[in-house]
Design a protein around this ligand. Structure first.
Ligand SMILES: [Zn+2]
Length: 388
């Protein structure tokens, strides 16, 4: 049912003969001559033989046609023919129809993307929202917003982000980054920019129902009013810088944010230390509890010291006892806790580490310590604590 018809593309009798013998069938799907014997008979390499055949003939199926254009299928190799023979009749399209089909699908996909782009533009307009009163937002949101603006603003302030494309760290950890942007969005301080590519959203019934947050482009509440955006950024920056202008609440909210940033700086360093010793990373509630508790009495710099020792001891434990890596990694939190307990009881003078070059200071940390609290390096070197 799959016998082969050969159409010659040459008048040269020798070449025609080679093509004929190459495609000659004994009993389907077996060929009369092996490639090796043919090549030898014509004093050619197998590769040259195949090249001559490819160039000088087309081998068609005499009864296997493309279901769309009804042209007989062309075989590009013996193995293709044999494969198709074994599988029996197929509804496979010919190469021409396959590429046509691909073009059609591509055009449909492009039309769909264009349609989705329109929907996004209608769903997320860029008109300025109600003017933002900086005094009405929390201290945390103010710090986050300025940090995000600083690392995410486009040159002309027309859009911000996406988070996945910013080159400086917003916060100490990836999960904290996402948490920050989600919070700013939820609290209405960032609005989705309609230039966000459609593939960032999941559409259901023609509507965007969810999105990949790190890929979203953002605008401030000032929308496409670039001058208002500029004014808002200046106002935000000067307000954070000028304690006298702070709403009273902000003073009560300072310490909480310092602790939160410090906690995340410790988690970032813990991840770096575990990775350095090739130990698995597995933070849970217990880790958060121990590090939070640690920061009641010690600075981030001192925490680095304890984390570094804990990592070193876990790695030594792993080498010495040949335990599983996970088991060794699990000792880290307990080890930090023991150090905290002993340091307190024995009143250790715990030497603070400096910032590690593998954990460069994030923008949230810079805005908090340098712009808002104006304590600079103290934010790292001293226990989170505010006197005034
Ligand atoms: Zn076809």
């Amino acid at each position: 049912m799959f016998s082969i018809r050969v159409e010659f593309l040459t008048d040269d009798e020798r070449l025609k003969k080679i093509c004929h013998l190459y495609w000659e069938l004994a009993e389907e799907p077996n060929f009369t001559h092996s490639v090796t014997s043919l090549a030898r008979d014509f004093a050619l390499s197998s590769r040259d033989l195949k090249a001559i055949v490819d160039e000088n003939c087309n081998a068609f199926s005499s009864n296997h046609t493309c279901p769309r254009c009804e042209q007989p299928q062309i075989y590009t190799s013996r193995s293709e023919y044999q494969q198709k023979y074994r599988w029996g009749e197929t509804d496979e399209l010919c190469a021409v129809c396959v590429s046509e089909e691909r073009e059609i699908q591509k055009a449909q996909r492009l039309a769909e993307i264009e349609h989705q782009r329109k929907i996004i533009q209608e769903t997320f307009p860029l008109e300025p929202r109600k003017p933002l009163d900086i005094h009405s937002i929390s201290f945390e949101d103010a710090v986050y917003l300025l940090a995000f603006v600083r690392i995410g603003a486009s040159e002309d302030l027309s859009y911000f982000g996406p988070l996945s494309a910013v080159t400086q760290p917003l916060s100490p950890t990836e999960s904290y980054n996402v948490e920050i942007v989600r919070q700013l969005f939820k609290n209405g301080l960032l609005i989705i920019h309609p230039m966000t590519p459609p593939d960032v959203f999941i559409f259901e019934n023609g509507e965007p129902v969810s999105m990949g947050l790190p890929q979203v482009y953002w605008a401030l509440t000032t929308g496409n009013d670039v001058e208002a955006t500029r004014q808002l950024v200046i106002k935000l920056e000067t307000t954070l810088r000028t304690k006298e202008w702070w709403p009273y609440r902000w003073h009560d909210q300072r310490l909480q944010l310092w602790r939160k940033v410090a906690l995340n700086e410790c988690l970032e360093y813990l991840a770096v230390v575990l990775k350095e010793h090739q130990l698995p990373l597995n933070f849970g509630e217990k880790t958060l509890l121990v590090v939070t508790e640690l920061l009641e009495s010690y600075s981030v710099g001192q925490a680095y010291n304890m984390i570094w020792r804990a990592g070193r001891d876990a790695a030594a434990f792993y080498m010495r006892e040949r335990v599983a890596k996970q088991h060794a990694a699990n000792t880290v939190v307990g080890s930090i806790q023991r150090q905290v307990d002993r340091a307190r009881v024995e009143r250790w003078e715990l030497k603070p580490f400096k910032r590690d070059r593998r954990c460069p200071q994030s923008m949230v940390s810079q805005v908090l310590f340098n712009v808002a609290l104006q304590i600079g390096q103290v934010g790292f070197d001293e226990t989170p604590k505010l006197d005034d």
